[in-house]
Design a protein around this ligand. Sequence first.
Ligand code: NAP
Length: 216
Amino acid sequence: MNDIAPVISVLGVGRVGSVLARAAVEAGYQVNAAASGGPADLELITSIVMPGAEPMWAADAVAAADIVVLALPLHRFATLDPTWFAGKIVVDAMNYWEPIDGRQEFFERDGLSSSEIVQQHLVSAAVVKTFNHLGYHQIEEDRRPAGAPDRRALGIAGDDAEALDLVTTFVDRIGFDPVVLGSLREGRSFQPGEPVFGTPLGRAEFTALVAQPAAA
Ligand SMILES: NC(=O)c1ccc[n+]([C@@H]2O[C@H](COP(=O)([O-])OP(=O)(O)OC[C@H]3O[C@@H](n4cnc5c(N)ncnc54)[C@H](OP(=O)(O)O)[C@@H]3O)[C@@H](O)[C@H]2O)c1
């Protein structure tokens, strides 16, 4: 990949974050990884599970990133300092699933989706919702090169055109067929409980089940 590829920082390197960090390294990106502690705590797991990713403090990882991937538990999100994220593209891979997360008052606002609330909190960032509707094992196992007949579709929703472009390329390089929805609000169609959530689908089937995908 060329020198102008965006730098990816993954916040939260548990089940989904570690798979995404590894996939991003394998796709040729420069990748930073952070959890709730410091880089020394991550060195061993990074070297084994995400070799090539650079462990960092979360604030440093965000500062170094063009694209920040949020893969932390939803109840920890409100602890993040919004000022870190000014001007960043933020991929929201998190879900609000009350049976799993319990009731989260922070995410109970005026009928807004969880990613819209993430965008309200990170007011100076461009939030894009994607990766949330795959299980971590599916992100690991279902990646395919472009053109593979069984390539799986991945929904991408956001309000910012430039952010959508960069994230679409990221998703494609990771190994999924991007289906872009032109507003963050439309990302509710791949939240928990919706038909595409957790379901392996190709582009045509996925597109038929979500609202108004933008032209590819
Ligand atoms: N599991 C899945 O298949 C899946 C699929 C799609 C989406 N999701 C969503 O992805 C999110 C993460 O799920 P998961 O299953 O990967 O969780 P997980 O295995 O529990 O991992 C959570 C990670 O977040 C880190 N973390 C906690 N607080 C943090 C903070 N303030 N800053 C940075 N990192 C922090 C944790 O680090 P420490 O251990 O240091 O606290 C840990 O590395 C959830 O919102 C979930 O809904 C999950």
